[in-house]
Design a protein around this ligand. Structure first.
Ligand code: AMP
Ligand code: MN
Ligand code: MN
Ligand code: MN
Length: 283
């Protein structure tokens, strides 16, 4: 099945509205879709309504920012009840520090001669609670400081670089509990991105599962085919459900389009087999 369970709208750091994403997913042959904005479920109703109107089955989604062993790890939640109070409070608390962080990033960039980047980044923000590094990156490209967003991240927005501000996100156990407490399944997003040692990665999966986490992204726009093969083995080794998602942020910005990923290896149990009762289906 062409499931795409990871992407972003203007409600976080994507460039398309939830409605435009639904239409694009449908046009690209997606058969089960989830919008997974960073730390935010404000787009869920719109995404679900647009998907169902197009005849596209829908799962609720979010991508929660977590700090684990000093590293930012992303946990995708799928199929939760978007009205759950603890989940909503947890996400609001996780979003809470983003404005302060952005002001610090701008102050830090000003020290290397890049002025006005907070106001500049805000021009790209669709949700005032969700200013992210991506919005700074778009501004720095638009003003000619860098030629593309990956150059911005390489030179300015990653650890050790002038615009980087360390930040404490949610705790792993809290994020997993918010998702599972709301009836959903927690999934480790794009594990190859973290560059953990084998021991650190083992600690991540062990703790994640001890808190009730059940899935891992295997096929994602952030993994090479070699990395997908490696995390297919990890899924089998730990007995984790496998997820699949493009991590699409917008045309021209993401190399993987909605619905464009290869299939999950047949040896794995897809996460959606355990979420059938949570899928919203067109009438
Ligand atoms: P934040 O949550 O504000 O720390 O921003 C994280 C977001 O920045 C990610 O979700 C990606 O959309 C984007 N991002 C992170 N690293 C890179 C990179 N190397 N190139 C392009 N975008 C990136
Ligand atoms: Mn993003
Ligand atoms: Mn992510
Ligand atoms: Mn993402």
């Amino acid at each position: 099945m062409n499931a795409d369970l990871h992407c972003h709208s203007t409600v976080s750091d994507g460039t398309l509205s939830p409605e435009d994403l639904a239409a694009r997913a449908k046009a690209n042959g997606v058969e089960l879709w989830a919008l997974t904005d960073h730390d935010e479920i404000g787009g869920q109703q719109r995404a679900r309504a647009a998907a169902l109107a197009l005849g596209l089955p829908y799962l609720t989604g979010a991508e929660i920012s977590v700090t684990f062993a000093g590293v930012t790890v992303h946990i995708v939640g799928l199929g939760f009840d978007a009205d759950d109070a603890a989940l909503r409070q947890g996400l609001a608390a996780t979003r809470g520090g983003r404005r302060e962080r952005a002001l610090e990033m701008a102050a830090s960039l000003a020290k290397v001669g890049i002025r006005g980047s907070f106001e500049g980044a805000l021009q790209y923000v669709g949700n005032p609670e969700l200013i992210s590094r991506t919005h700074f990156a778009r501004h720095l490209v638009e003003t000619g400081v860098c030629s593309d967003t990956s150059e911005v991240f390489r030179k300015y927005l990653t650890e050790g670089k002038p615009g980087y501000v360390p930040h404490r996100w949610a705790r792993l156990g809290d994020a997993v509990n918010w998702i599972t407490g709301a009836g959903g399944i927690a999934v480790v997003a794009h594990p190859a991105r973290y560059r953990f040692t084998a021991n650190e990665e083992h600690a991540l999966f062990t703790e994640f599962m001890a808190h009730g986490g059940r899935g891992v992204e295997v096929v994602t726009g952030s993994h090479s085919s070699l990395e997908a093969t490696r995390y297919a083995e990890v899924a089998l080794e730990y007995g984790l459900l496998a997820s699949r998602g493009s991590d699409f942020h917008g045309p021209g910005e993401s190399h993987m389009d909605l619905g464009g990923l290869p299939a999950l290896p047949g040896t794995l149990t897809p996460v959606w087999t355990e979420l059938q009762h949570r899928v919203a289906r067109p009438q």
